[in-house]
Every structure is written in structure tokens, then in C-alpha cells.
Design a binder for this molecule. Structure first.
Ligand SMILES: Cc1cc2nc3c(=O)[nH]c(=O)nc-3n(C[C@H](O)[C@H](O)[C@H](O)COP(=O)(O)O)c2cc1C
Length: 148
């Protein structure tokens, strides 16, 4: 198993974004965070995390166990990316993406991040595609490193 896309969405914006990403990575497995078994992380070569932002730039409660697992698990070889939706009229636009980005940068092979204003638009598709291309390239480089 190569890539897991794991997302949390309350209103559907992040779900739609996760599905758009999945459409460019059909070989991945797509999970709502509540359906994702944290003990399976080590089975994947790559993980893409999707989240909206809550409160004042905060992580929504349901994504915190995934965040905490990634902080302590042996995931230094895992290729990762983080994407999310938010609203630019809040002080910390996509603050939850920033929180994941900083932690994943320290603990994993972070490849790429993506922030989208609420529901993605047709005009965002080129950025979404680029996100998946950068991720795939990093995964390819990492796989070559691991076989050497
Ligand atoms: C109470 C509340 C607090 C929010 N705080 C933030 C925030 O700090 N930063 C941000 O970018 N968006 C914030 N948002 C906006 C949501 O993250 C945004 O609408 C997002 O697209 C929702 O995603 P979903 O439809 O997947 O649940 C907040 C929304 C609510 C209702």
C-alpha cells in the first residue's frame, strides 16, 4: 500500500478537496479520519492529511489523534503533504495546515502543502494537480533512496 489520503471535514469543503486530490492520485486510498486506523500508518509510503481550521487557527478536535500519532510514531521516512480549506477573513488562514506543516516538516519527509479558500473552484484545479505532482515526485525520489 503506497498512499493514504486522510481528511477531516465538517461542512464538505475539505471533503471535496480531498476527493479532487484523490482524482489525481487514483492509486491512493481515501479515508475520513474517523475511519482511518492509526496503527496502519507504517504500512504506507506516503500520507496526505487534509483538515479545515477551527477556533482561532486551531486543529479540529477529531484530527488531533492523527496529529499526535504522527508526533510520536517512527515516520521519518514517510513522504507527506498537508492540504486544507479555511477562510481568509480569519486571523490565521488555514492555521491547522500550518500546524501540521511544521510538525510534518520536523518528523517526516514533508513534500508539499496546499491551502484553499472554502470550496475549491475550477480555477484551483491547476494548483491541486501541482500538489499531487510534487508529492508523487518526492515519493519517487524517496523510494529510490530507500532501495539504494
Ligand atoms: C467557529 C469557526 C472557526 C473558524 N476558524 C477559522 C480559522 O481560524 N482560520 C481559517 O482559515 N478558517 C476558519 N474557519 C473556516 C473553516 O475552516 C472553513 O469554512 C472550512 O472551509 C470548513 O471546512 P469543511 O467544510 O471541510 O468543514 C472557521 C469556521 C468556524 C465555523
Amino acid at each position: 500500500m503506497k498512499t493514504a489520503i486522510v481528511y477531516h471535514s465538517a461542512g464538505g469543503n475539505t471533503k471535496a478537496l480531498a476527493e479532487a486530490i484523490y482524482s489525481f492520485l487514483p492509486e491512493a486510498k481515501l479515508f475520513r479520519v474517523k475511519d482511518f486506523d492509526l496503527s496502519t500508518i507504517s504500512q504506507y509510503e506516503g500520507l496526505l492529511v487534509g483538515t479545515y481550521t477551527w477556533g482561532d487557527g486551531d486543529l479540529p478536535a477529531k484530527i488531533i489523534p492523527l496529529y499526535e500519532e504522527l508526533e510520536i510514531a517512527q515516520v521519518s521516512q514517510l513522504v507527506t503533504g498537508v492540504f486544507g480549506t479555511g477562510e481568509t477573513n480569519y486571523n490565521h488562514f488555514c492555521g491547522a495546515v500550518n500546524r501540521f506543516r511544521d510538525m510534518l516538516f520536523a518528523n517526516t519527509q514533508l513534500a508539499v502543502t496546499l491551502k484553499i479558500e472554502q470550496m475549491y473552484q475550477e480555477s484551483d484545479l491547476s494548483r491541486i494537480k501541482k500538489f499531487t505532482e510534487i508529492y508523487k515526485e518526492k515519493l519517487r525520489v524517496q523510494q529510490n533512496k530507500l532501495v539504494k
